[in-house]
Structure formats: structure tokens, C-alpha cells
Design a protein around this ligand. Sequence first.
Ligand SMILES: *[C@@H]1O[C@H](CO)[C@@H](O)[C@H](O)[C@H]1NC(C)=O
Ligand SMILES: *[C@@H]1O[C@H](CO)[C@@H](O)[C@H](O)[C@H]1NC(C)=O
Ligand SMILES: *[C@@H]1O[C@H](CO)[C@@H](O)[C@H](O)[C@H]1NC(C)=O
Ligand SMILES: *[C@@H]1O[C@H](CO)[C@@H](O)[C@H](O)[C@H]1NC(C)=O
Ligand SMILES: *[C@@H]1O[C@H](CO)[C@@H](O)[C@H](O)[C@H]1NC(C)=O
Length: 389
Amino acid sequence: MLNNMFLPSLLLLVPTVLSAPFDIWHGHQGDGTAKAAYFLDNNPSGSAIICLRIGFDGIVNDPVRTSTGGYGAIGMNLTGFPNAVDPLISQGSVTVNGNLLLTVNAGSNTVALLHIDEQDPCQLTLVGPPADTLGEFPISVTYSEQLKTACVLNGGTKAGVSCFNVDPDHGLRTAGPLRSLGSAIDETTPPTGPPGSSSEILFNPTSSAVIVSIKGSGPPGYIVAFPVEHNQVSTAGVFNQVSDIKLDFAAIFINRTSLFLVDPSFGASTLEINSDYTVTEKVHTVISNQSAVCWANYDVATNTAYAIDAGQPVVYTLDASTGVLMGNFTADGTIGGLFDSAIGGRYMYSLALVNGVVVFDIREKKQIQFLNLTGFGERQGYTGMALWP
Ligand SMILES: *[C@@H]1O[C@H](CO)[C@@H](O)[C@H](O)[C@H]1NC(C)=O
Ligand SMILES: *[C@@H]1O[C@H](CO)[C@@H](O)[C@H](O)[C@H]1NC(C)=O
Ligand SMILES: *[C@@H]1O[C@H](CO)[C@@H](O)[C@H](O)[C@H]1NC(C)=O
Ligand SMILES: *[C@@H]1O[C@H](CO)[C@@H](O)[C@H](O)[C@H]1NC(C)=O
Ligand SMILES: *[C@@H]1O[C@H](CO)[C@@H](O)[C@H](O)[C@H]1NC(C)=O
């Protein structure tokens, strides 16, 4: 959560962004250094959250595993093999809000709620049993603090959105049916991708809608919005296709209505989510030397959007207001590429193509650490990245 101590300095830096009250939806971003980082080992023989402790200097260490109470499953690549990395072909498989952590068990078709111990944030405890996601192959989860509601995107044969009332003491209770994605997705379990696979689910900053991104397979992909009416996520989606966005991959809100989306077929887009939940592309930014920008992030303190490249160890920086490509920074060549990422204060934590986690100082635009996890476990299941507090 945004630490009030930091509000005055943020106000000086970004008066326009902070005219939105409190910006609670940015969570830790633009805040002080986080104390723990979490990612999912989405493992078919039993999934676990891996927690890394973060030092005052941003450096990560001491991985700790906690079971998610379910099994993982691995998405397929275009030549019919299980993906060696990016097993869910998604962003947002781990979500942290306050002392709650939510994640998906793609092989069990469940969503798990875990409690984070404030004294020791790597001590996680399952809250109630994981809940049935009503569909198959859940890949991404989002939480609205305002609505005390979590929603999950299922990306398999039985695709769709399910939502849950979140009780921090007793766990998850199903809220409504599986919401259909219609013909926007036609997948198998496990899904094959990236083309045609679902990508991410996220509440918008005012919790007035849940937004889903789905990659196209030839024709453009989809941005689907499920409006929230009377505190309930509606069952009818508003389906949008933007003609020059083919592989709608990860997205992040840069303000209440503006969504920064990456697409490895060209670069990044800034989309306006209109009040009727139609979508207008405001800026189309071709990133000419990108290889596969699949993950997105945003730093409110500098109003910078990040497009993160899985095909090479490069992070592109864009001015979030104009969408203009400002430059890039890189990790060591040996890292291969960069995947799910999270920003806490001046640091960004990224899963690497190789087995480990890269830490960047995003103000200095340089790598400060590679934590090699080769001795700790297999790379294949690793997905998601979230920080506490
Ligand atoms: C799919 O995975 C297999 C095994 O890792 C690999 O040999 C192949 O090149 C991959 N295909 C694509 C299209 O990435
Ligand atoms: C793309 O890469 C080429 C060759 O390395 C380089 O000359 C060019 O400046 C790069 N373009 C951008 C926009 O960075
Ligand atoms: C990163 O930026 C530098 C300097 O502008 C440019 O030369 C280089 O081509 C860029 N790299 C990529 C991969 O776009
Ligand atoms: C959100 O950001 C976009 C892009 O900078 C801008 O055009 C729009 O006016 C902003 N909207 C709000 C509500 O701040
Ligand atoms: C990580 O450690 C393993 C085992 O020591 C080594 O083979 C590998 O090259 C290291 N990876 C990187 C990127 O340094």
C-alpha cells in the first residue's frame, strides 16, 4: 500500500497523476523498497509460492517455498511441446494486496488465498481451501480492495472469468457464474500459444470493471470488459478488437482510464477505456528492435511505462503520457530474456529466461543483481512476480 510518508515527495514529482485520490491501485509502486518478492512455481507435481527476502539495498536472497494447495500445468508452444518457460503464457498469476496473496493452480482449476505474516513476509499460510475457478487452466488473478473481490481468468477449453468474495480470515466464496468470453477465445487444456491464448485479467483503478486481454491468432486479439454493477461483476462482457493490435499480451493501468499494453508483434499501445467500456487506441508505439515484449510495468514516481522483452535481456522505457519510446536498459547477456516483473521503489524484479531473478535499479537503469536459482529448483514452472508491502 502507498505509504503516506511518501505522499509529499510524490506530489512534487507527479502532481497530475496524484490528482487521482491516493492512487491505492498502484500498490507498492512508487513507494519505498519492498521487503519480499513472490513468484509461482507452477508445478504439475505440486505448486508453490517462492518467496525471496529483499534487503534495504533492494537485493534478494533466501528463497522459501510454500505450497499453494494445488497442482500446476504447462501451456504448449506452437510446435506442440510444453513451454520451457512462461508456463501460463500470462501476466498476473500472483497478486498481492495488503497481507493477502492470491495465485492460481492451473492443473487443479483452483485459486488459492494465502496470508502474509507481517513479521516474516516469507511465512505464508493458506486461508481456507483453494476455490474452484469454474473453468479450466486459470492463468491470472486480480483483486479489488474496494469490492473485496478477486477475479480469475481461465484460459483452457472451458475458458472464462470467475469471481470470489475474499474474506481474509475464512477464504474465498464464489460470486456468480463463469462469465463467458464467447468466441474471443477457442483454446484447449492445456492451451497452445502465444497466439490465441488468454493473457491477463485486471480490475481497473476505480473497480468499475474487470478487463481481460486475449491474444489473436491471425485476426486482432481482444480486450473484454465486464462492468461492475451494484458491486457485482456482470456476466455480459463488452468485446473490443483494435485492428492493429494482434497479440494483446500484458497490460497495466497508467491512470484511471488509460491502459498500457504490450504486443510482441510490434511494441506497445496506450488504450483509452471509454465510459461505455469500448476501447480507443490513443498511441501505437512501434519498438523496432524488440524481440518479444510480453510483460508490462509502470512506475508512477517517474511516469515511465516499461515494455519487457522475453527474447533478449532488454527493458524498454516509454513516457507513459505520450507513449514515446525513451530508451532501454539491459541485463547481462547471459540472462537471455526477461519475463514477469514487479516494481518496488527504485527497483525492478524480473524472472530471467535462465533460472534466476534479475534486480534492476530503474533510476540508474542498470542491473544490480542476478540471483542464480539453479541449485534451488527447475526454471520451467516459474511465473508471476509480486511484492510486499
Ligand atoms: C517448442 O519447444 C521445443 C522443446 O523445448 C523446442 O524444441 C521448440 O523449438 C519450441 N518451439 C517453438 C515454436 O518455440
Ligand atoms: C536498432 O538497432 C540498430 C542496430 O543495432 C541500431 O542502429 C538502431 O539505432 C536501433 N534502433 C533503435 C530505435 O534503438
Ligand atoms: C537500446 O538503446 C540504444 C541507445 O539508444 C540503441 O543503440 C540500441 O539499439 C537499443 N537496443 C535495442 C535492443 O533496442
Ligand atoms: C490518462 O493518461 C492519458 C495518457 O497520458 C491521458 O491522455 C488521459 O488524459 C489521462 N486520463 C486521466 C483520467 O488522467
Ligand atoms: C547459474 O549457476 C549454474 C551452476 O553453477 C551455472 O551453470 C550457470 O551458468 C549460472 N547462470 C548464470 C546466468 O550465471
